[in-house]
Design a binder for this molecule. Structure first.
Ligand code: JFZ
Length: 495
């Protein structure tokens, strides 16, 4: 009996402690040699700067811009930069396109100026896409800009021009390389295949080192085409390469789409920890809630038509997003701690198409007035309401009034923008709204108490007639935590 009860207590203890452990860690703890190098977000200045960017520009440019989604009078309905993989595109025709690449209208300074006016803080450029064509004069292959009639180093022109406008540059690099004879998607089996894949790996390493050496101001590498089994099985080697690249370039920012872990898991390792510095899985999609995001940094790269990155001359094939839809994505990303990156696909002559220029202008005009609600802003604890999104400045501890930005996309028909006040940690305190005004012109807005619900949540109505524009707009709230007994005095002053 006694013995039994000891055993029962022991079993109970083990179960109980196990339960606590599971609760506090939540993570699995599978031993990994090539798992995440760090648990939790980076805290250094470079990453903090990245976090504050809010808005980025992606540029897909390469020889695919010449056919622009067409060959021999036929239309390729897929993504224009993939045209080489189309059965109607003879491979030799594609592989000789570089001999015509001569973008006579290309003006890096003009692109950079346009990006600056749009409010972009960083730019991602395709140094090499899946076709293997290099926009920089790589010494490891002849398939580069140096052997086109254009000759000049386009990556250098862009890095210099964007940096001169104060815009940081990230280098996109595709691991898939259809031009290199050693590249393959399935793991090599024979000795010959293995030797040739080794050559490809060395070539990839050489090119990455070359890029970091040539463009030392680049802030990061944006990897693509890492889903092949051949690459996934190189986890140990890629891990070593990542370590080497980071050592070469302190502060370098690399997303989750570079290496897999020991078990072939990508983006998140077998224990659920992020591989790399930010989550790259939000491609052409947006999260809805903070809970989906695991507390990690993330970017969302987005096309203007449905799925066109490189230049496709026919945009009538899919829905083309409107500027305000894109602005909503910018705000939504900021409200969920992410960066929004809008893609541009310049044509074969180096022109940014008029539709993209128009969108850049409209976004820029909006960001100029309302960017304060985006740059350096983070998720707000205030509960999202139907009219739009909250953001708040990262530094709320400065002693300045705590600001909430309300970006209104759906104007309430009664012109009352209702907010639900969060509860304070300290039960003796309440949050009050001291002041409300339009961000654009500082017009003060009336704040009225709007009662409470049966759970004790407190509401306010901001009387906000839609401004005389058709665009989304921002209301700023100055808020404060006060002792419950002081609240009535404040309330009277406001109403
Ligand atoms: C890749 C490329 O194939 C494409 O051409 C473009 O460069 C884009 C930015 O990246 O396409 C992807 C990559 C990942 C996903 C979807 C398309 N994904 O994870 O869903």
């Amino acid at each position: 009996m006694r013995k039994n009860s000891i055993i029962i207590s022991l079993v109970f203890c083990v179960l109980f402690l196990g339960g606590i452990q599971a609760q506090t860690t939540k993570r699995a703890s599978i031993p990994l040699e090539h798992g995440a190098h760090r648990i939790g977000p980076r805290t250094d200045a470079e990453m903090q700067k990245w976090r504050d960017y809010g808005l980025g520009q992606f540029i897909h440019w390469g020889v695919y811009a010449i056919p622009g989604g067409h060959w021999n009078g036929e239309v390729y309905r897929g993504a224009a930069e993939w045209i080489r993989s189309w059965s109607k595109m003879p491979k030799p025709d594609y592989d000789n396109l570089y001999k015509q690449f001569n973008p006579k209208n290309f003006d890096a300074k003009q692109w950079a100026k346009q990006a600056k006016d749009m409010g972009v803080k960083y730019m991602i450029i395709t140094t090499k896409h899946h076709d293997g064509f290099c926009l920089w004069p790589s010494k490891y292959t002849g398939y580069t800009i140096a052997n086109t009639p254009y000759k000049k180093d386009i990556i250098k022109e862009l890095v210099d021009a964007y940096n001169a406008e104060g815009i940081d540059v990230t280098l996109y690099f595709s691991i898939i390389d259809w031009n290199h004879k050693g590249y393959r998607s399935s793991p090599p089996k024979t000795d010959e295949e293995k030797a040739s894949y080794e050559e490809f790996k060395q070539f990839t390493r050489n090119q990455l080192i070359e890029l970091l050496q040539n463009y030392p101001t680049a802030i990061g590498l944006w990897f693509d085409g890492t889903w092949d089994q051949a690459w996934i099985q190189q986890a140990a080697w890629v891990d070593e390469l990542e370590t080497e690249l980071r050592a070469m370039h302190p502060g370098l920012i690399i997303g989750s789409r570079f290496r897999a872990d020991d078990n072939g898991k990508r983006h998140y390792d077998s224990n659920g920890d992020l591989l790399g510095d930010y989550d790259q899985t939000w491609e052409r999609s947006m999260p809805e809630t903070l809970e989906e995001l695991n507390g990690v940094d993330w970017d969302c790269v987005m096309t203007i038509p449905e799925n066109q990155w490189g230049y496709h001359s026919d945009w009538s094939l899919s829905y083309v997003k409107k500027p305000f839809e894109l602005i909503e994505m910018i705000v939504k990303a900021a409200s969920l701690n992410g960066n929004f990156v809008l893609n541009f696909g310049p044509d074969g002559n180096g022109n940014i198409r008029p539709e993209e220029t128009q969108i850049a202008k409209e976004i820029g005009a909006w960001m100029k007035v309302n960017g304060e609600a985006i740059y350096g802003c983070r998720h707000s604890a205030w509960e999202k309401q139907g009219w739009g999104y909250y953001t708040q400045r990262a530094a709320v501890e400065t002693g300045a009034p705590s600001l909430q930005y309300l970006t209104v996309f759906n104007q309430p028909l009664n012109n009352q923008v209702r907010v639900k006040v969060p509860k304070c940690q300290d039960n003796n305190k309440v949050v009050i709204v001291e002041k409300a005004y339009f961000l654009a012109d500082k017009t003060p807005l009336t704040v009225k108490s709007a009662g409470r619900d049966k759970y004790g949540n407190v509401y306010y109505d901001i009387n906000s007639p839609a401004p005389l524009t058709t665009s989304p707009y921002v209301i700023v709230l100055e808020t404060k935590e006060v002792n419950k007994d002081e609240k009535d005095n404040y309330q009277q002053a406001i109403t």
